[in-house]
Design a protein around this ligand. Structure first.
Ligand SMILES: Nc1ncnc2c1ncn2[C@@H]1O[C@H](COP(=O)(O)OP(=O)(O)O)[C@@H](O)[C@H]1O
Ligand SMILES: [Mg+2]
Length: 318
């Protein structure tokens, strides 16, 4: 797995193109979108940045705090099944360093730097929100959202709220082996439900989860309502270091992801190697083109020209 900006200036060729750059050239995103494209940061000079890259600063300037304060939650702490995490190739807290944890560390570093830049540019709370999306089902959105959340949760200056925004087919709770009841859609649909009261703290330090909540036929309408702004703002109120990660339904199958893209500072578009078609990728990009920062995550790559085992995540030790 690797991450790259979808649009690369043709006058800045890379000496050793990564796999995702090849994909970018092949797909010609700018032409596909038929527009100048979203603003994207310059690609980093080093194509395979060292895992020990300098840590990005927390989202908002605040005094250095050696101990991260525990957020106050109203729900009891849920225990996440570590064996199930291993089975599903998730990053296990305090587990050994694996190719998965290293890959997500690289992805995390770039995202945190981008989040910091957006916060500095005055984007507001949206800078703290990341949408994980893809064109079709089974391309690795939930897998990537959980692993990215687990990776960011290890940061001293950040905590993560993982939101299941795949309202029709929620799978975050079952993937982590925990149970929940009310969630984001309940808070959007019912003004008497405080979204904070739906957040489940977990026994993984720095990780909490917001379930999808009730199923409705009008989830996109609720998401597009004025209340969404208020509910989303409450997710980070008083938490300047919190990163909110939204797992979402396929862009080409349901509208919530495109609606959510308008509320987030960053969209990570998962592309499944050898599966996602060029047409689907272009259409998906077109649906989130309002988002300030769009980055691609290539999932399932089996080899790398640099010799790194990018994306070989179907088990440890590959
Ligand atoms: N890189 C990967 N390594 C291991 N399993 C993966 C990887 N990407 C996806 N999967 C598995 O593929 C299936 C579909 O992925 P999922 O994240 O649920 O897709 P989506 O959320 O896009 O529908 C899941 O069983 C998931 O665990
Ligand atoms: Mg999913």
């Amino acid at each position: 797995m690797t991450m790259h900006d979808p649009i690369r200036s043709p006058d800045k060729p890379s000496a050793t193109p990564s796999l995702i750059e090849r994909a970018a050239d092949m797909y010609d995103f700018r032409k596909g979108l038929n527009q100048p494209g979203p603003q994207l940061p310059d690609a980093p000079a080093a194509k395979t940045p060292a895992p020990a890259a300098p840590a990005a600063a927390p989202v908002a300037a605040r005094p250095a705090a050696p101990v991260r304060p525990r957020a106050a939650f109203t729900l009891p702490v849920a225990a996440i099944d570590r064996d199930q995490m291993r089975e599903r190739a998730f990053i296990v807290p305090d587990g050994p360093v694996t190719s998965i944890s290293e890959e997500f560390r690289i992805i995390k570093r770039r995202l945190l730097a981008s989040i910091q830049a957006e916060a500095n540019a005055g984007l507001g709370p949206a800078a703290q929100r990341i949408l994980i999306c893809s064109a079709q089902p089974n391309e690795g959105k939930t897998y990537s959202a959980i692993n990215l959340a687990l990776s960011i949760a290890t940061e001293q200056d950040h905590d993560v709220l993982l939101v299941d925004a795949d309202f029709a087919k929620p799978s975050i709770l079952s993937s982590l082996g925990i149970e929940g009841q009310r969630g984001l859609m309940d808070a959007l649909a019912d003004p008497d439900v405080a979204v904070e009261d739906c957040i489940i703290p977990t026994d993984i330090r720095g990780l909490s989860v917001l379930p999808a909540g009730r199923q409705t036929n009008t989830d996109s309408e609720y998401l597009a309502s004025a209340r969404t702004l208020e509910v989303l703002a409450r997710l980070t109120e008083g938490h300047p270091g919190r990163i909110v990660i939204f797992d979402s339904p396929p862009l080409l199958a349901a509208s919530p992801a495109a609606t959510l893209a308008q509320h987030v500072g960053h969209a990570l578009l998962v592309v499944r190697a050898d599966v996602t078609s060029e047409r689907a990728l272009k259409d998906a990009l077109g649906l989130i083109s309002d988002c300030n920062q769009i980055q691609l995550l290539l999932n399932g790559v089996k080899f790398s020209p640099s010799g790194r085992s990018f994306g070989s995540y179907y088990g440890y030790g590959e």
